[in-house]
Structures are given as structure tokens and as C-alpha cells.
Ligand binder design. Structure first.
Ligand SMILES: [Zn+2]
Ligand SMILES: [Zn+2]
Ligand SMILES: [Zn+2]
Length: 144
């Protein structure tokens, strides 16, 4: 699991200052390890320590963290959800549609895709695959 120390280092290596607000946001993200959460959720927790924080600041910080490759971002309807990147190497995630819990899926269908893309005379540069479902706890609530 990533520690706050590692995260601080990464922020600094990328030329950003670790402001108290940024640190508070990182702490919330660590606290929600293996869960995707919204900017609103992050605000709810950080505002307890920094009452002046607002949603714009949260989004601005999340954008920076995303730019320097520290966050996974996904969308639930129209809400963006965030989670700390768990490992540097390429991987995919299964995400619970109810609570945002996530696990790594260590399989990538890239090889097959690139063959099919080549057939269409395209060069494949990126891909993003997310799997959605219900986690063990939420599954129980679905079928009592
Ligand atoms: Zn990940
Ligand atoms: Zn769940
Ligand atoms: Zn992949």
C-alpha cells in the first residue's frame, strides 16, 4: 500500500508544493484505499480540518494529482470518482457500482485489441477499460 511519505515525495518530484490542503486531500484518499470517492466526499472530510476549503480547490488539486499520474479517475453517471493509483505498471480495475470499492484486475486484453486495431489501419495509443459490478458486501444487500 502507498504511504503518505511516498505520495509526498511524488508530488515534490513533479515540481509541486505539498500545501496543507493537498496533504489533507492525500490523507483522505489514503483513508479510502481501494475505494473510488467523489470530490464532494473528499471535501466533506477535509473541511473538518480546513473550514475554508471549497469544492473548486478540491477539483484543482485532484486535477494536478491526475496530471502527475497519481490518481485513477472514473465516472459514475455524471460524477467523477477518484482513487489513488495502486501500482505504476499498467492494470485494470473492477469497481463496485454501489460503494466504489475496487480491486485490481491483473489481466489486459491489449494484445488482442492491437491486432484488431492494426487490421483497421489505426495505431493504438491508449485504452481504458473499467469493469463494474457489486462487491461482496453490496451483493448481500441486493439479495437478502
Ligand atoms: Zn489501480
Ligand atoms: Zn460495494
Ligand atoms: Zn490494459
Amino acid at each position: 500500500m502507498i504511504s503518505l511519505k511516498d505520495l509526498k515525495k511524488k508530488v515534490k518530484e513533479n515540481g509541486y508544493k505539498l500545501t496543507p490542503q493537498r496533504k489533507a486531500i492525500l490523507k483522505v484518499l489514503i483513508g479510502h484505499n481501494k475505494h473510488f470517492i467523489s470530490a464532494e466526499d473528499i471535501l466533506k472530510e477535509t473541511i473538518k480540518i480546513y473550514p475554508n476549503l471549497n469544492i473548486t480547490t478540491i477539483y484543482r488539486n485532484l486535477e494536478i494529482l491526475e496530471d502527475i499520474n497519481m490518481l485513477h479517475k472514473t465516472k459514475d453517471n455524471n460524477t467523477a470518482l477518484y482513487c489513488l493509483i495502486c501500482e505504476e505498471s499498467h492494470h485494470h480495475h473492477i469497481i463496485c457500482k454501489i460503494c466504489g470499492k475496487t480491486e485490481i484486475i491483473d489481466f489486459c486484453p491489449l494484445k488482442k485489441f492491437s491486432d484488431l486495431v492494426k487490421e483497421k489501419n489505426f495505431i493504438l495509443t491508449d485504452h481504458k477499460i473499467e469493469l463494474y459490478g457489486y462487491c461482496e458486501d453490496c451483493k448481500k444487500d441486493l439479495n437478502p
